[in-house]
Design a protein around this ligand. Structure first.
Ligand SMILES: [Zn+2]
Length: 159
């Protein structure tokens, strides 16, 4: 088996017999003293490149093995949806209270508070209305996680 290596002075590729390892001789091109390496230079380089190559890191493997958490999106957009119609249509007579909150009357960016209150008052009828009381309340916005102050009305009526 031959030892293949490059002359450290001129870079010439040299090929000598394995038995010449450790011996010194003059480079045929640059005439400078060259020492034959114990192990072939070129194969060593190849081996080094192979070692430095991408070896699977245990950390990366672990990270890839972690399953992607799939939280149900529905829980984020849940919305209290109290049916005002249901409250107005209850048949049992008596004094009833319904609170209409401004923040519950926004649909697709449209403020329908006045409309909702008007509809509700028309439904219960003029003669059944006892009182309307303005209220203030705070609520936590699901999207921004901020506390907002809003208003609404508490309607007391006979129904
Ligand atoms: Zn040389």
């Amino acid at each position: 088996m031959d030892i293949v290596f490059n002359c450290p002075h001129c870079g010439l590729s040299l090929e000598v017999d394995q038995d010449a390892a450790g011996q010194q001789f003059d480079c045929p091109t640059c005439q400078k003293m060259v020492t034959v390496p114990a192990v072939a230079a070129v194969p060593i380089k190849t081996t080094l490149v192979g070692n430095a190559g991408p070896t699977p890191s245990p950390i990366e493997e672990k990270r890839m093995a972690v399953p992607v958490s799939q939280k149900p999106v529905e829980s984020l957009i849940q919305k209290p949806n109290k049916s005002l119609e249901m409250a107005a249509k209850e048949s049992k007579p008596g004094i009833r209270v319904t609170t209409i909150r401004h923040s519950d009357c926004k649909e697709a960016g449209k403020d329908k508070f006045d409309e909702v209150v008007s509809d509700f008052l028309n439904k219960i009828g003029d003669q059944n209305l006892v009182s309307i009381t303005p209220i203030n309340y705070s609520y936590l916005d699901n999207g921004s996680q901020k506390l907002f102050t809003d208003f609404g009305v508490m309607v007391i009526y006979r129904g």
